[in-house]
Design a protein around this ligand. Sequence first.
Ligand code: ZN
Length: 408
Amino acid sequence: MQDTALYQHLLGLKAPWTVGRVALNIKEQCVEVWAEHAERVLWACPTCARELPLYDHAESRTWRHLDSCQYQTHLHARIPRVDCGEHGVVQVRVPWAAPRARFTRLFERLALDVLQQCDVTGATKILRISWDEAWGLLARAVKRGQQRKRAKAIRQIGVDEKAVAKGHRYLTLVCDLEEGTVEHIAEDRKQESLAEYYRRLAPEQLQGIEAVAMDMWPPYVQATRTWVPEAARKIVFDRFHVMSYLGKAVDTVRKQEHRELLAVGDRTLTGSKYLWLYSQENVPQTRREEFDALRCKVLKVGRAWGLKEAFRHLWEYVYPASGWKFWKRWYFWATHSRLVPMRKAAQTVWRHIDNILTYFQHPVTNAMSEGLNSKIQKIKHMACGYRNIENFKTAIYFHCGGLDLYPC
Ligand SMILES: [Zn+2]
């Protein structure tokens, strides 16, 4: 078999395209392949598909193809141009690459597989491409996937904020809780950040939203109330966010009490900060005894911690009426505890209680997208903490968007 015929097969070139010449460059470790086409063929206008004769050729171009063994392989061709009455003089489509791509489709496929498996720096080394080329591939794949994506109703969404970098820059992430995919990323965590997502949805899609898990964050509430029909019974404040709120109140009680005790030379609470942040079952084995001993003492923080732990039972109820009864008992207890931070926290919870108890209708939390969170955390660690926000967004969509990324 001649080398031209071999490469014709390897590249899968079909009429009117053939391989005209193959050259081996040993010094550069490259195989250069030139594609040619038959004469007197008609070419389709890329826009209207009208069949037209050749007008002329564009400048010669080069595409990187899959390596031939250890040799980088480059495909060269001059793309025919046609003169379409409607669309002017335009380049026709070539079967081996997407318009304006610098890689053949097959190379691009391989590159996307590699980029799925390792970080960008690793991929550039394996594929022998540049950093910018790798990001170009990622961005194009994401764009392609988003264009192919069909609009559908998402029943359960989770709205979450992500700190991007120090200095409190945030991204708002909208997730499909059932599929575990990131549907939308917006900068900041304002009302507009979320409204931007809702605005793109068709009325049926907005109607189809059954539950929205989120933090007790007014801008998200506002955006959801504005856009989602019957939002009041669909918003579910994330239980873990509510608990972390109460956890902070416990910590405030500890700080105040520790200060009071230190003032009279009592070091009981020294070094106990993290113990009071644990839930009962998470206290490390090595510190159990110490913690049990502390809890036997008459301490304000002990009562605060007990209040917080008791509140977790709220989510164990099955019937809304029993949940409501429990809540009223707990609220009375908290507001009569003579622990100011706990009373304040209870009052905040009280203002949000309607949309905490919606959990009984829609048992959703943002922790459902926990797997997603750890993935995003990993993406963030890759590639220098993403000083470039656009790249960070691209990478999240690439790895978590559930998109069909490959070139066709
Ligand atoms: Zn045309």
